[in-house]
Design a protein around this ligand. Structure first.
Ligand code: CA
Length: 311
């Protein structure tokens, strides 16, 4: 080993690469507006969907110093997590499963050694691994609860989440809830349904998801809890742009509205909460056959924080 070799690599030969690994530049400042709504629909007595929009923050400010104030400017960085979960199981246990999945996510991420405020390639890889571990833990916990209490037997849930830091995002997905990107008037589905129907489409045995109906559409091939021995958490990195909107929703929306209809509502309503209300109203107008849940976030590039002493 040469004298310049260290456990973290050759600092003298790759100072910029290592500097980027440990420091990097701050994420692009953004203003984010949110909306969210969940409705039991017109047919079901209870609501098995749950959602959460969470902000994490790190900040730094000088309390005492004799340096000029401008030399130690304050720092504040926010990261957001949007999540929807659609529970399933007999009686009211679907409700318990989706609630438990969000509750366990809260506890697990709260006790993590590290919270991510930047999503460089390395951070995204680390977070992807974390999401997989969270998925495994939640999967096992739901199955344990189902085995311990007969009324909860077989309970399971979908879970679709997006973590955003600045304009970088990472989608984590299990089941048939969906995440969409609405950019410049176009709606793009970011997630793939983990259903029997999608599996047959992938194998070329069926023409498209649009033709999905009934049984195959509703049979999940991957979920948290339930009866499958394992769970697979799919992740998708994403770079947002100024004006982008992220929509997360349960199948109570996508079974009632076509992508064109969703796109039309988003194009018509820029305010996220108003758009959520309009999407749910439309799902109810079309029959509201299932619980319907929507979470919407709009990202607008923002100027950096003002320097101390300035408004
Ligand atoms: Ca549902």
């Amino acid at each position: 080993m040469s004298p310049s070799d260290t456990s973290t690599g050759d600092w003298t030969r790759n100072p910029e690469e290592l500097g980027a690994k440990y420091f990097g530049s701050p994420p692009a400042p953004v203003c984010v507006d949110f909306g969210a709504l969940s409705h039991p629909g017109k047919v079901r007595a209870n609501n098995e969907d749950h959602y959460a929009v969470v902000r994490r923050r790190r900040s730094r400010e000088v309390l005492l110093t004799n340096l000029p104030a401008a030399s130690l400017p304050p720092l504040r960085e926010d990261a957001y997590t949007l999540t929807v979960a659609d529970g399933m199981g007999g009686h009211a246990c679907g409700e318990v499963a989706s609630m438990m999945a969000l509750h366990l996510s809260w506890e697990l991420t709260g006790s993590a050694f590290k919270w991510h405020f930047k999503l460089t390639a390395e951070e995204a890889a680390e977070l992807t691994e974390q999401f997989r571990v969270y998925g495994q833990v939640i999967h096992r916990k739901l199955q344990e609860l189902g085995q311990a209490e007969s009324r909860l037997a077989g309970m399971g849930t979908t879970l679709t989440a997006v973590l955003t830091a600045g304009l970088d995002a990472l989608v984590a997905h299990v089941g048939d809830s969906r995440a969409y990107l609405f950019r410049a008037g176009a709606l793009e589905q970011l997630t793939r349904d983990h259903t029997l129907h999608q599996q047959l489409v992938d194998r070329g045995a069926l023409p498209s998801v649009a033709s999905a109906t009934g049984f195959m559409r509703s049979v999940l091939t991957n979920c948290l809890g339930g009866t499958y021995p394992d769970v697979k958490v799919e992740t998708y990195p994403l770079r947002l742009a100024d004006g982008d909107r992220l929509l997360l929703c349960t199948d109570g929306l996508t079974d009632m509205l076509s992508a064109e209809e969703i796109s039309g509502v988003l194009a018509h309503h820029s305010d996220p909460q108003v758009a959520c209300g309009a999407l749910v109203d439309r799902a109810l107008d079309h029959g509201g056959k299932d619980n319907v849940t929507v979470v919407l976030a709009r990202y607008v590039a923002a100027p950096p924080l003002p320097e101390p002493g300035r408004p």
